[in-house]
Design a protein around this ligand. Structure first.
Ligand SMILES: Nc1ncnc2c1ncn2[C@@H]1O[C@H](COP(=O)(O)OP(=O)(O)O)[C@@H](O)[C@H]1O
Ligand SMILES: [Mg+2]
Length: 250
């Protein structure tokens, strides 16, 4: 029987080039970068500081536009659609977790988690969705172990707790893709362990997770490890081969 296999690709990038002009010099950061992410897989990316990991996340996460290449999110050519549709794709399809949490200081933990739901909803539609959104935000805070911290503001939380709020926020719209840029880079080893376990557990539940980390052990706990090397992603273990630059598409 030729039952059609469900295409579980959530992100497909190819030929991505991103460079920056600095005065008269041009820094080539991403050079013909390619990546495919499927639902259920956790992929880590390692690479020297300045190798372009954050630039890569910004481009693949539709926060920044490359000079060339394609980025398909959930089967849609995200660089060809109008800005409004691209923003929608980002808000509903992609979640972000950053090293320094990027929470809003004036809002409580619960309100920070609610934000992604509010962003995608008009002021007219919000009253009817508010209740369900509050329920989901509360449930997510429970899930990350912060049931008793809903009313706390970021300054009233530890680093690990702030990152847990950021994780709950990233999951609010149930994104198919989760980008994590050095999510444990600002945490002590013990706190980091708990956040790692949480991310690894949620990262493969019906979504794809791309994790950038300096921590080799954390990277090694993912299903695939890639290295960003001279603007391209290569499978770790394969980059030492002389022809890897030509054949190392990830
Ligand atoms: N907006 C920008 N303007 C100019 N140069 C940039 C910009 N963003 C990043 N870069 C440069 O691109 C390179 C890669 O940076 P980044 O992606 O932050 O690396 P990583 O996250 O791997 O440390 C660095 O040399 C950095 O200085
Ligand atoms: Mg970075």
């Amino acid at each position: 029987m030729s039952e059609r296999v469900r295409d579980d690709v959530v992100l497909r990038a190819a030929g991505v080039h991103r460079s920056f002009r600095m005065g008269r010099a041009t820094i080539e950061v991403l050079r013909d970068l390619a990546l495919t992410l499927r639902r259920g897989e956790r992929v880590s990316v390692v690479g020297a500081s300045g190798s372009g990991k954050t630039t890569m996340i910004n481009v693949l996460g539709l926060l920044d536009r490359p000079q060339a290449g394609s980025v398909e999110v959930l089967g849609e050519d995200a660089l060809a659609v109008r800005a409004r549709r691209r923003n929608e794709l980002r808000n509903t399809g992609i979640g972000f977790i950053f090293q320094f949490y990027h929470l809003i200081d004036e809002l409580s933990a619960l309100e920070n988690v609610l934000l992604p739901a509010m962003i995608g909803t008009s002021t007219f539609a919000w009253p009817s969705r508010r209740r369900a959104a509050h329920g989901r935000a509360s449930a997510l805070l429970d899930q990350v172990g912060l049931a008793d911290r809903r009313g706390h503001r970021p300054q009233e939380l530890s680093g690990g707790e702030r990152q847990r709020v950021a994780i709950a926020r990233a999951l609010m719209n149930d994104p198919a893709i989760l980008f994590c840029d050095e999510p444990t880079g600002n945490l002590d080893p013990r706190t980091s362990g708990g956040v790692q376990d949480l991310l690894l557990e949620i990262g493969h539940r019906g979504r794809a997770m791309l994790l950038v980390t300096h921590d080799a052990r954390f990277a090694g706990r993912c299903d695939r490890v890639l290295r960003l090397n001279e603007g391209r992603l290569v499978a770790v273990g394969g980059e030492a081969a002389p022809a890897a630059a030509a054949g190392g598409r990830a």
